[in-house]
Design a binder for this molecule. Structure first.
Ligand code: ADP
Ligand code: MG
Length: 608
C-alpha cells in the first residue's frame, strides 16, 4: 500500500504532510518551501501555474488567475481564466495535483491517497466538492478531517512521536486566523474522540485586512488616496504592506518603502503603531471568541489550552491581544501556519495503521429562543418573554426553570410556549400552551418546574411538574424552522416615530422601554435576564412621582449604555457576572439609592 499524505487545503496557502519515522513531517514543494499559495493561473499557451508563480501573476495577469476559490466550494460558481470556465473544485484539484506531485518527488514513490482537512463549518456540499477535487487530482479521499480537530490533534501530540490519543481529557480553544478568514472553535478531547463543541468565526476577517489598513495608512501619510490609485498601484502597495507586516514579526519597527519609477514614498511602522491603526480589527477578533466561550459555559466546559493557528497568528500584536483577553491557561503558538497540516499528517499516519480517531462535529444549533410568557403586573394583558432555551444552544438540549404562582388561591397554572427574541410574547410566535392544576395557596407558595427538551428534528417536549405534588404533564410540539424576521427592529423604530404626541416626560420613558426591549432582543443569558428584570421594574414605577421616575430613568439609562457597550464589543452576551454588577462608574447618591430600591424590589417580587 502506498503512502497516505495529509493536506491542508487552505484559502490562502496549502500544505502537505506525511507520517514518517514516527512523526508528522511537512513536505517541501519544488521551491523547498512548505507553503504553496492556493492560487492558479493559466498561460496564453495553456500552461498551468500553481503556487508562488501564480500568486505573482495575480498582479500582472488578473484575468488569467484565480485565488480564494475555497470560499466557493460546494456552490454554483464559475471562474473564468483566460476565457475558460472553471468550477471551484477544478481549481482546487489543480492545487491538489501540484501538492501530490511535489510529495511524490519528495517521497520517491507514487501517492494515491490523501486525507484532506476542511473548515468545521463546511456543509455536506462543500465536503463533497473537496472529495471530488481529490478525485480529479487522482487522489483517493476516504477521510475528511475538520481543521480545528487537526490542530487539536497536532497540539496534543506535538509533531508526533506515538500517535493514538487516549491521553488525559482536555478542552482546547483553537483560534485559526488565516489570510481572509477567522475560525474559532472549542474542541473537547477525550479517549479517542475529538468533539467540536462550538464553532464561530468571521468569514471576512484575516491578514488581508491588516494589509489593507497598512496600505491605507501609507497613502494617508503620503497625501494620496488609496481609492484613486490604479489597480496595479493598489496591488503593489498592498504587497508591500503585507511584506512590512511580516517583517514586524521579527523586529519591533521597520520602514515601508514603495518605489515606482520616479515615485518613492515611505512610512515608519512599529508594532505599537500597527495596534493603533488596526484597533477596529482587534475588536472584531474577540467577537467569535466570546461566542464559543459562551457556548462552552453552557456545556460547562472551559478551555485549558488555547492554540493559535494560521499565518496571521504569527503577528506579535495578535498574540499579545489574545493573551491579554484569554489570560488563563496554556497558550501554544508554535508554527501556527503549519499546525493544521501537521495534524492532518498525523491523522494520515493513524489511518495507515488502521487506528481510529473519531472526529465529531455538532452542527445542529437552535437558531431561535424558546421560552414562556411571564405574568406582567404592569399590563396583565401583555406577558413578557422568559427565555428557557436560548438561541444558538447546541442540540439536543434540555433546560428547566421554576415559576411561582402569582395570585392568591390560584387553581391552575398556564404555561405558554413561544419562539422568538422580542420582549413581549405577543410579538413572538405562539407554539402552544399547557394547563396544570395546583393546590390552592397564597401567591408565591406554589411553584411549577418547566422543562424544555428540544432536538435536531424541531421537536420540542415540554414537561411541567407541580413541585408540591410531583404531578407531571407533558406536551410535544413541532416547531417551524423559520428564524424570526429581522425587520422587527424597523417596527420599533416606526413605533418610536409616532410618539411625538406624548408629553416629553412620558416620551422619554417610552424611549427607555423601547431601548430596553431592543437590548432584550439582542442579548442572551444572564445579561438578558438582567435587562428584563430592570425593564419590568422600571415599567411598574409609572404611577410614582416624577422625581423618582427621573432618578430611575437615569439609572437604567446608564445601565443600558453599559449593555450597549458590551454588545458592541462582543455582540454576544458572554460577560462575567461581575461585569454586570459593577457597571456604574460614577456612584452618585441618586444612582446608589436607585440601585438599592431596585434590589429591594427584585428580592421581594422576582419569582422565577
Ligand atoms: P489560510 O488558512 O487562509 O490559507 P494562512 O494560515 O496560510 O492562510 O495565513 C495566511 C496569512 O498569514 C496571510 O494574510 C499572510 O500575510 C499572513 N502571514 C504569514 N506569515 C506572516 C508573518 N510572519 N507575519 C504576519 N502575517 C503573516
Ligand atoms: Mg488555514
Amino acid at each position: 500500500m502506498g503512502k497516505i499524505i495529509g493536506i491542508d487545503l487552505g484559502t490562502t496557502n496549502s500544505l502537505a504532510a506525511v507520517w514518517q519515522d514516527g512523526e508528522s513531517r511537512l513536505i517541501p514543494n519544488s521551491f523547498g518551501e512548505y507553503l504553496t499559495p492556493s492560487v492558479v493561473s493559466i498561460d496564453e499557451d495553456g500552461s498551468v501555474y500553481v503556487g508562488k508563480i501564480a500568486k505573482e501573476r495575480l498582479i500582472s495577469h488578473p484575468e488569467r488567475t484565480a485565488a480564494s476559490f475555497k470560499r466557493s466550494m460546494g456552490i454554483e460558481k464559475r471562474y473564468t481564466l483566460g476565457g475558460k470556465s472553471f468550477r471551484p473544485e477544478e481549481l482546487s484539484a489543480l492545487v491538489l495535483k501540484k501538492l501530490k506531485e511535489d510529495a511524490q518527488r519528495y517521497l520517491g514513490e507514487p501517492v494515491e491517497e490523501a486525507v484532506i482537512s476542511v473548515p468545521a463549518y463546511f456543509n455536506d456540499m462543500a465536503r463533497k466538492a473537496t472529495k471530488d477535487a481529490g478525485a480529479l487530482a487522482g487522489l483517493r479521499v476516504e477521510r475528511i478531517i475538520n481543521e480545528p480537530s487537526a490542530a487539536a490533534l497536532a497540539c496534543r501530540k506535538g509533531s508526533g512521536k506515538d500517535a493514538g490519543l487516549g491521553e488525559e481529557d482536555e478542552t482546547i480553544l483553537v483560534f485559526d486566523f488565516g489570510g481572509g478568514t477567522l475560525d474559532v472553535s472549542l474542541v473537547d478531547c477525550f479517549d479517542n474522540v475529538i468533539e467540536i463543541i462550538s464553532v464561530s468565526g468571521d468569514n471576512h476577517l484575516g491578514g488581508n485586512d491588516f494589509d489593507q489598513i497598512i496600505a491605507e495608512q501609507f497613502c494617508k501619510e503620503n497625501d494620496m488616496s488609496f481609492e484613486k490609485l490604479s489597480a496595479r498601484q493598489k496591488s503593489m502597495i498592498l504587497k508591500s504592506a503585507a511584506d512590512v507586516k511580516c517583517a514586524l514579526t521579527e523586529k519591533e519597527e521597520t520602514v515601508m518603502v514603495v518605489t515606482d519609477g520616479d515615485f518613492r514614498q515611505e512610512m515608519r511602522l512599529s508594532n505599537k503603531k500597527l495596534i493603533q491603526i488596526a484597533m477596529p480589527l482587534f475588536h472584531k477578533l474577540m467577537v467569535p471568541v466570546k461566542a464559543v466561550l459562551n457556548d462552552g459555559v453552557r456545556e460547562q466546559l472551559r478551555p485549558s489550552e488555547v492554540v493559535l493557528v494560521g499565518g496571521s497568528c504569527k503577528m506579535p500584536c495578535v498574540q499579545q491581544y489574545i493573551r491579554h483577553f484569554l489570560s488563563a491557561g496554556k497558550m501554544t503558538a508554535v508554527n501556527p501556519d503549519c499546525m493544521v497540516a501537521l495534524g492532518v499528517g498525523l491523522y494520515a499516519g493513524i489511518k495507515e495503521r488502521n487506528e481510529e480517531v473519531r472526529d465529531l462535529l455538532l452542527t445542529d444549533i437552535c437558531p431561535f429562543t424558546l421560552g414562556t410568557g411571564l405574568f406582567n403586573p404592569v399590563d396583565p394583558s401583555r406577558s413578557t418573554m422568559e427565555p428557557i432555551i436560548e438561541r444558538n444552544s447546541v442540540l439536543p438540549c434540555r433546560k428547566e426553570k421554576r415559576f411561582q404562582t402569582v395570585g392568591d388561591f390560584q387553581k391552575t397554572v398556564k404555561v405558554d410556549v413561544y419562539q422568538g427574541e422580542a420582549y413581549y410574547v405577543d410579538e413572538n410566535i405562539f407554539l402552544g400552551e399547557l394547563m396544570v392544576g395546583v393546590p390552592m395557596a397564597l401567591k408565591g407558595q406554589e411553584s411549577v418546574t418547566v422543562r424544555y427538551t428540544y432536538d435536531i428534528n424541531g421537536i420540542l417536549i415540554i414537561d411541567v411538574r407541580v413541585d408540591s405534588t410531583g404531578e407531571e404533564i407533558r406536551r410535544v410540539i413541532t416547531t417551524g424552522t423559520d428564524v424570526i424576521p429581522q425587520d422587527k427592529m424597523d417596527e420599533y423604530v416606526k413605533k418610536l416615530e409616532q410618539w411625538d404626541l406624548y408629553p416629553a416626560e412620558r416620551e422619554e420613558n417610552q424611549l427607555v422601554i423601547a431601548w430596553g426591549e431592543r437590548l432584550f432582543a439582542q442579548a442572551t443569558g444572564e445579561l438578558r435576564e438582567e435587562i428584563g428584570n430592570r425593564l419590568r421594574y422600571f415599567q411598574q414605577l409609572q404611577d410614582q412621582d416624577t422625581y423618582k421616575i427621573r432618578k430611575h430613568r437615569n439609572h437604567i439609562l446608564a445601565f443600558f449604555k453599559h449593555v450597549e457597550r458590551i454588545l458592541a464589543v462582543y455582540e454576544t452576551a458572554w460577560v462575567q457576572p461581575e461585569e454586570i454588577d459593577h457597571w456604574y462608574e460614577e456612584r452618585t447618591k441618586d444612582s446608589e439609592e436607585a440601585e438599592e430600591e431596585y434590589t429591594r424590589w427584585y428580592d421581594g417580587h422576582f419569582t422565577s
